[in-house]
Write a protein that binds this ligand. Sequence first.
Ligand code: 2AM
Ligand code: CA
Length: 269
Amino acid sequence: MRLNSPKLNIMYKACMKASKSLIRDFGEIENLQISSKGPGDFVSSADKRTEKIIIDELLKAYPDYGILSEEMGKINEKNKTNRWIIDPIDGTSNFLNGIPQFAISIGYEEENEIKNGIIYDPIKNELFFAEVGGGAFLNNSRIRVSKKKNLKNSLIGTGGPRSNSKLKDQIFKEFFEVSYNTETPIRRFGSASLDLANVACGRFDGFWQRELSYWDIAAGIVIIKEAGGFIDFLDGKTDESKKMNIVASNSIIHNELVDLIKKKNIENN
Ligand code: 2AM
Ligand code: CA
């Protein structure tokens, strides 16, 4: 594995340490599912446990770096230059239901640009990582986006809408539109970071989802780019305090996919 950059090395260590506890916790889910209490509270403590291990490791290495993390929020907020963006369990609903499709996602941001990203699927033992200018990798191998030339033959992933989404109708219309223009049914695997990793390594040709948080996608941004793909913020919304709408693809089918999603919205307005 080419993890010889100092940042990736620290991220990797934090990720591996946290994943040991996460895998143990996932093993408990099956028992809790059949108990009357259910796994809800347990999952939220697993989330916090995983997050704490990651944050402790990162702060040990760089005590003054900023942190934005799903559960804990912000740490060292004054440092605007160097920041870790963390999602301890991306795919929480899968985790909660005992479905092995979730990941730890850590991005490193410098001067508002994501420089390094790690997405780790502890169940498949798949580590996706990238550093700006250094290419993207899955475990020991360099990864590239797919070479599909048109949407019709593409495999596309998506997610959402959330139950309280104000964009529900719009999201369903987009789903409908993309479905009508692809031969293979759309996939919805429930972990946005792994969906982006799937685009980066060519399993998916494209992915779009509305209303994501920055920690869902931070690591994926650099991994997609370094794998030769394209990631686009629909409506140009890149304010991290708001939900983000994204389209990621192998770049060849990008315009076709974006046009289709936007076309539907123009028709609706
Ligand atoms: P999470 O598992 O960390 O909540 C599911 O479609 C994907 O969307 C997951 O990556 C999930 O991240 C993300 N997501 C972001 N906000 C969400 C929300 N409020 N409800 C469900 N999924 C959400
Ligand atoms: Ca998430």
